[in-house]
Design a protein. Sequence first.
Length: 463
Amino acid sequence: MDLLAALAARAPALALHLPAHGRGRGLAPPLAALLRRPPASWDLPELPEIGGPLEAEGAVAASQAATAALLGAQRCWYGVNGASGLLQAALLAVADPGQRVLLPRNLHRSLLHGCLLGQLQPVLFELPFDPATGLWLPAPADHLQQVLAAALKAGPLAAVVLVSPSYQGLSGDLAAQIAVCHRAGLPVLVDGAHGAHSGLAPGLPPSALACGADLVVLSLQKAAGGLAQSAVLLQAGERVEPARLQRSLLWLQTSSPSALLLASCAASLAFLHGDRGRRQLGRALVLAGRLRQRLGAAGLPLLANQDPLRLLLPTAALGINGLAADAWLLQRAVIAELPEPGCLTFCLGMVPPPGLLRRLPRQLLALRCALGSEPLPPFQAPPLPLVAEPELSLALAWRAPAEAVPLEQLQGRIAAEALCPYPPGIPLLIPGERIDGARQAWLLAQRRLWPGQIPDTVKVVAP
Ligand SMILES: Cc1ncc(COP(=O)(O)O)c(C=O)c1O
């Protein structure tokens, strides 16, 4: 289908994917009003009165200052290249080339790319793993303490990155995790891409800033009513100099940021934090609670998570791979956000689609009837040490002369590319890692679990 025609097509029955504005239903009203003005009248350059995210004067600077005050940050920068672009700028600000940065295994690939761009050495740490769903779970503070001790034994670290909440709406005791890092003298960058609404209603976890984060990146299309690509970087405390952030933003940012996306940053956060936005969020949470209850009563209990607007259906318990469940539902115009081998994540968004309470349980019961069987066997935890660093630097491994080798023959070789099912965009293998027998066997098992997402051959560094 032609791209413009695809954008103009009618919405499917149940679109439970991002952006969280749900095809405009939950778009922050001032933004919706702007979009009703003559088309593109709002598509403006950095005129003196508007300015841009790095300018000291102008409407953008004033708006960023107001947003920082609203969210309890010292500084705020708007971004137009998604959470990805701001995470990369934040990484480049907290570490210099050659320095080591501690990151969780469930890192989004943009962070890996940030390490590559900044020539940083990623030190990856293991997370608790749930064999029933195949999901990584949030790290308890004492786990992180052990991780830090192991990582620091091998040399100094420049910073720690934590992901909270996860794509699936899982979050642990973030304040305790951050306190552990601060006690070790390390600044913490929180990838809060999925947490713009944190702290704004009872039942949601506190915001990353309230938990003491030094830097936080929020995507405004994942848990607020902003347009795709709009995101913010927030800074608090004394551990990271704003001038370093300003500089790395300059390195990575377009010189013509979309005025519409910048306005989307401002409007989506102002609305979400205001009375009307909180009421809208409250209504979505009530509906989510009723849906959870209804599904439970129908014998389809959802997994517990910390974001009620993310519904986590444990398909493995129904005997169905989440990717197969997704394909079946797609044919019936039900679009989930994130299919994984053990579960399916639906995003309800800021204003869930009409008829959801009636239609989703019916479709999921039909899914179980059509594809359900005995629960899938437990998922195998990735055979990874508590902390690990690529043997060869990312920058060298990713550019090295490489050869494609069948997965069955990876043992002993060094990866020259990432293996990364998308979504969720979490790498299973990163360039520079040497693959041992256990990892090879695990990757072969992953290929069966992610059909079509993991190729038969992987590029490895040529001898
Ligand atoms: C945890 C996490 N961080 C960062 C990102 C990147 O966000 P964006 O697509 O806005 O660049 C994603 C995207 O899915 C994500 O899941």
